[in-house]
Design a protein around this ligand. Sequence first.
Ligand SMILES: C[S@@+](CC[C@H](N)C(=O)[O-])C[C@H]1O[C@@H](n2cnc3c(N)ncnc32)[C@H](O)[C@@H]1O
Length: 291
Amino acid sequence: MRSPLRGRGRGEGSAMRGGGRGPRGRGPRGRVPGGRGPRSGPGGMKGGNKVIVTPHRHEGVFIGKGKDEVILTKNLVPGESVYNEKRISVQNEDGTKVEYRVWNPFRSKLAAAIFGGLDDIWIKPGAKVLYLGAASGTSVSHVSDIVGPEGCVYAVEFSPRSGRDLVNMAKKRRNVVPIIEDARHPAKYRMLVSMVDVIFADVAQPDQARIVGLNASFFLKAGGHYMISIKAKCIDATMPAETVFSNEVKKLQADELKPAEQITLEPYERDHACVVGGYRMPKKQKTATAS
Ligand SMILES: C[S@@+](CC[C@H](N)C(=O)[O-])C[C@H]1O[C@@H](n2cnc3c(N)ncnc32)[C@H](O)[C@@H]1O
């Protein structure tokens, strides 16, 4: 049976081997509205190469085109790298400078999903995001850039060691709330988290779908969205990855987490998929037809 999901890559309903779609994903190629965008000054990527920066179709994400094409986020804390990632400073026509940070799809499932061509990441400027499985906060820092000063990232991580780096990163980023807790027990951090627009989950646990459902019941707005990175081997190493993914999708559906899109994260992550969907989505209104 074909999956009702819009799928790309090796998920059910697709025979394609995915991945490697480039920083624009499936977005429009070529020039974006607003022209060629600013060029980086000296100190840009690769020893001063000129880099042209243009907005990605996902608001808050940018494309840097120099020798290679990369994706970027606008640095919320100019002058600071979080994990030694490259920074690109560009000068606008009015002389003001903007700094971007390079986002590596080999180090971030979310970046890999953007490269893979997700239709919508739902994480955008001003959004409130609950991030489960924050690790030391490398990807969280890019989410913090995207949501900007009006948004917020609640970042949950249960390892005290990774949690230390996460807490240190959050000291410089006022829109990140680090929470060193087990995502299986959202009641323990309910006083710290408000209702959110998006849950992003990358906890790499066999019961991840259940963890997302539980956190959604506490914190996700009706009509909000979730993204979940699924590592097949963490759930069942004996089954083909495609079977694991479709079983996880069924679990999500049972929890009112209606999956809408599924992509593979290859070639950046082997046997991983990213599923995106909506929570308690309002029923589609029938439009009255004029007689
Ligand atoms: C694959 S790593 C996350 C990588 C991270 N998302 C990134 O892109 O940098 C999974 C993380 O989830 C954390 N984790 C696993 N189970 C958890 C749980 N029940 N509650 C909170 N964190 C958990 C692990 O300690 C680990 O740091």
